[in-house]
Design a protein around this ligand. Structure first.
Ligand code: B16
Ligand code: MG
Length: 213
């Protein structure tokens, strides 16, 4: 039986993907770069700066590192502004019940997210004190599909990664979970990914036994 569940944040606990999309779209439009929802799918689970690199693949000119940082900052300002709209009502179906169930069974819960806005998001939705550890984009140098964020989450919990299951909505996140040696559970956009050990529409459709076995 697994001793801990590591949750991805965006797309698993709360959906901020539309806010990411709209902020990147505004930045891309201001630079005259084509960007659409299909390209946006490639940004799922990927760090901010790597997301920008994907968008810049269609740019007509090349950008200096300084210009890239400015664009990434601009996107984050727009994105943070939209995050102020988040409330506990935005928590995805089944999340609270699952966290309660894990607590009853003394199974630890952690966050493993690429986002540097993790704490801000958790505060907005009132879940800041519901996790035993938080590993996020501020504590890592390599983002998913590298396993670093999940290895960090497990280390903070003092639990072997093989004793952890990861819940993810991104292909890159499932790859990262497998590379870390964790059980990989796919929900949402990743549910058809063959590399996952188990899949469901969302957390409310996941049985606790499938998660922790
Ligand atoms: P930020 P996750 C990821 O969060 C998002 O899926 C991805 O689209 C975003 O680029 C990344 O966080 C970085 O976010 O700009 O807030 O640092 O799915 O790993 O929880
Ligand atoms: Mg995600």
């Amino acid at each position: 039986m697994k001793q801990a569940i590591i949750f991805d944040l965006d797309g698993v606990i709360v959906c901020t993907d539309e806010y990411h999309y709209l902020a990147w779209k505004q930045v891309a439009d201001s630079e005259g770069i084509y960007f659409d929802r299909e390209i946006n799918e490639r940004l799922r689970g990927v760090s901010r700066i790597e997301s920008l690199e994907i968008i810049l693949e269609r740019a007509a000119k090349s950008y200096t590192d300084e210009e890239k940082l400015k664009l990434a900052d601009k996107k984050n300002i727009i994105y943070r502004e939209s995050l102020t709209k988040l409330t506990p009502e935005d928590i995805l179906p089944g999340v609270i019940d699952l966290l309660d169930e894990l607590k009853n069974r003394s199974i630890k819960a952690a966050i493993g997210s690429s986002s540097k806005n993790t704490q801000f998001i958790l505060q907005r939705i009132g879940l800041m004190n519901r996790f035993d550890s938080i590993a996020d984009g501020n504590g890592i140098t390599k983002s998913k599909p590298d396993p670093e964020v999940f290895l960090l989450a497990a280390r903070l919990l003092k639990i072997d990664p093989q004793e952890c299951a990861v819940v993810e909505d991104a292909y890159a996140g499932i790859d990262a979970a497998k590379a870390a040696g964790c059980k990989a559970i796919a929900v949402g956009s990743a549910q058809n990914y063959k590399k996952a050990d188990y899949s469901a529409d969302d957390i409310s459709k996941l049985g606790i036994e499938e998660l922790i076995s």
